[in-house]
Design a protein around this ligand. Structure first.
Ligand SMILES: [Zn+2]
Length: 333
């Protein structure tokens, strides 16, 4: 019987030596030490031995089991230590996380790309602006009540943080004769409290087209194309009358509520519509202020808040999430 035990020990040692990785060591463990393994089979045979042999064989078998278990553990330990420092070239690589643009930047780009494809060029201007460019030239004299709507940050009597990007329209028309076909993207400032729908800093894109014979019909056509491009081809919209001091007639464009589809909910104030932008035909007084004769030329203008467009497009009900930089929010875009 001792012969069999010696043979088994040799076998186990050879198997352990030739095992090349953790998986083959596990196979050795199952073959010899497992529930149905060689060692357990021998334990079961003890009952069939002659009474005199049982004790010494049992002791030898136990010793063998203990010795070989220690050997196996040593081998496993060695393998694990070794594999820590090894590079397994067959494992799939780790992909570095790829960054992407902020949702506001993405919407900005979509809007700008749309207007560029219709022949508009991009103009920018200063964020600290003269009263004349922000209000006066846009048909809002010093005592005009509409100035209140713009909640402006004044730095001095005559100087303020621009409350819309319209001053860029004035600056461009001053230096360029018609045709003028531009968009003005940029940052604007108003002293609104920072809440779910207001931010003291926000972004606008305005468009202006001045030439001979520009009509409201052309504006309407462009708005139709714009809604399809930004909100999708099936989006319903309405163009309804409004008032701005710098356009006449004036209108505003609303799209059917993305949340309720037009039946009315808390997001759209039960109206079924969400206002996207303001527009209209450039007021003759504005053209006169930049020495463009209103009898000869006409134009349309439109302006929108980029945050507003992004909130409608992605159904976001709090403007503050754009500035908090919470990665869980940003990763969704
Ligand atoms: Zn709704």
């Amino acid at each position: 019987m001792q012969e069999r035990l010696n043979k088994l020990e040799r076998e186990i040692r050879e198997s352990l030596e030739s095992a090349r990785d953790v998986a083959s060591l596990e196979a050795v463990r199952v073959k010899y030490f497992g529930r149905k393994g060689e060692i357990n089979r021998l334990f079961k045979e003890i009952a069939q031995l002659a009474a005199g042999e049982r004790k010494s064989f049992g002791e030898s078998l136990n010793r063998l089991k203990q010795d070989m278990t220690r050997e196996l553990e040593k081998c496993l330990q060695g393998r694990e230590d070794k594999s820590e420092g090894e590079i397994d070239l067959l494992l799939p690589g780790k992909m570095p996380p790829v960054g992407h643009f902020h949702p506001l930047t993405q919407v900005f780009e979509q809007i700008i790309t749309f207007f560029r494809s219709y022949g508009f060029t991009v103009e920018t201007g200063p964020e600290i602006e003269y009263d004349w460019y922000n209000f006066g030239a846009l048909n809002m004299a010093h005592d005009h009540p509409a100035r209140d709507m713009f909640s402006s940050f004044f730095i001095k009597d005559d100087l303020l943080l621009r409350s819309h990007t319209s001053p860029v329209q004035i600056r461009t028309m001053e230096k360029q004769k018609p045709p003028v076909k531009i968009i003005c993207p940029g940052r604007c400032y108003r002293y609104d409290a920072f809440d779910a729908s207001h931010s003291p800093v926000f972004h606008q894109v305005e468009a202006l087209y001045v030439d001979t014979g520009v009509s409201f019909g052309e504006l309407k056509w462009l708005l139709n194309e714009f809604v399809r491009h930004i909100f999708g081809p099936k989006t319903k919209y309405q163009l309804r009358p409004s008032f701005f001091p710098f356009t006449e007639p004036s209108g505003e464009l609303a799209v059917s509520c993305i949340v309720c589809g037009g039946t009315g909910c808390s997001v759209c104030g039960s109206s079924g519509w969400l206002e996207v932008l303001g527009c209209g035909m450039v007021h003759p007084n504005v053209l006169k202020n930049v020495r463009i004769p209103p009898g000869k030329y006409s134009g349309y203008a439109l302006g929108m808040g980029v945050e507003r467009v992004a909130m409608i497009k992605y159904v976001i009900d709090d403007i503050r999430v754009f500035y908090e930089n919470d990665v869980r929010f940003l990763e969704q875009f």
